[in-house]
Ligand binder design. Structure first.
Ligand SMILES: [Zn+2]
Ligand SMILES: [Zn+2]
Length: 176
């Protein structure tokens, strides 16, 4: 059975409130994490430095995720790359202490960090990634970057109100 690299074995952490142990997980992302605009690509290094601390009902995990995400600028479509350094914290309840369904629970000595890490990464990623604050994007007429176009660049646009009329004129059913 393949084990997920997100699964942390806490066998060596005494279940005594206040005891803690530091861990480092270093692996390649088994699948991409992010959104369609920007994500940590599959097989990118994920480095997670964390501290696991025993508390009365479980283990409190506090960590930092380091990686990098790639995507494209929402305005000009240029590739962009962004460094991720995101903190996260999650309490994993001991199996016999867990209450409601949405809580994270230990599976024996194992804390599966996949969902907390995934959620933290998604939170760290921009919703509308852009290459630069002042990126001017693309001309909607020709797709060229505005920064490469002369200031007076424009296209002759047919006013959409007249578009219908010209189609009607050229429609053979109205035979002209
Ligand atoms: Zn851009
Ligand atoms: Zn143009």
């Amino acid at each position: 059975m393949a084990t997920s690299p997100f699964k942390l074995n806490l066998h060596e952490l005494p279940r005594r409130a206040g005891d803690f142990k530091d861990f480092q997980l270093d692996f390649l992302a088994p699948e991409s994490i992010g959104n369609p605009m920007i994500a940590i690509p599959v097989k990118t290094q994920l480095l997670i430095n964390l501290r696991a601390e025993s508390v009365s009902d479980g283990v409190l995990i506090t960590g930092t995720i380091s990686s990098k995400a790639v995507g494209e600028c929402g305005r000009c479509l240029d590739p962009i790359e962004t460094v991720i350094n995101q903190n996260f914290q999650e309490l994993f309840f001991y199996e016999n202490r867990a209450g409601e369904d949405e809580e994270f629970m230990m599976e024996g000595d194992i804390a599966d960090l996949e969902i907390p890490v995934r959620d933290a990464v998604i939170l760290a990623l921009p919703i509308n990634p852009i290459c630069r604050e002042d990126c001017q994007g693309l001309c909607s007429g020709c797709g060229e970057k505005w920064e490469n176009l002369p200031a007076d660049h424009e296209h002759e646009l047919i006013d959409p109100r007249w578009q219908g009329l010209s189609e009607w004129k050229s429609d053979p059913r109205f035979g002209r």
